[in-house]
Design a protein around this ligand. Sequence first.
Ligand code: SAH
Length: 257
Amino acid sequence: MTNSTIPLLPEMAEIWQQTLNWQPNAQQQQQFQQLYELIVVGNRQLNLTRITDPQEFWEKHLWDSLRGIAPHGQFLSSVSENAAVIDIGTGAGFPGIPVAITVPNCKMTLLDSTRKKINFIDEILTELSLSNAKTFIGRAEEIGHHPQHRKTYDIALIRAVGNAAVCAEYTLPLLKKGGLAVIYRGNWTEEETKSLQNAVNQLGGVVESLEQFTTPLTKSIRHCLYLRKVVNTPGIFPRPVGVPTQKPLSVQNDNNY
Ligand code: SAH
């Protein structure tokens, strides 16, 4: 298998600058390219992503991953202060790998329940010499009770893993008090924020902000929801494997009324 036919990713220096007030250096651009090539090649064997066109990969995987940690178009200062960050359900490594490349000072844990995806990511981390990232095979419902993980993260990222109540239940137990969960969404409505509020409160969090933005190339609408952990999460959360998805917290409450 050869990488010679894989196109170069666009650089987009101006767009990076305008949207995130940042540009990748030569090493980071090279790591983005390596990541892209490894995923295109890996995709021939593993079903990793349907996004393989270079522009689309740049926008939906690289730019979108980084926009989540840059509310209002500025990187969160907390992320670069040796933050412990976890990406839950990272799949082929998004948003966690682009964040680890961009913020060398953060310590990234990439979690997925699928061994073959994690094995693939381990290869990527070696090829890219990404020493600030490590992987973990497991379910969010389980590691949420594990003393090595519960209450140990400053930032929890989660994209395309489940509905927002499920994401809240997976992320909040893992955060230290004061930590931030970033939930990446496509569409989102005010009504959804309202119905989520109750679930977030039960988990010890508050909905701190909601951001709507458009992606720079295709002008697609995206949302990011930021949850702040304000008090400890009660010990019953996260509930056992499968329960958060089968009975999402807000839905359960609606049924009680
Ligand atoms: N975050 C990536 C992948 C999304 S696909 C992206 O945005 O591209 C969802 C991934 O979450 C899958 O790889 C699946 O294995 C993982 N996943 C689903 N439920 C999980 C759970 N409870 N704990 C850990 N990983 C989970």
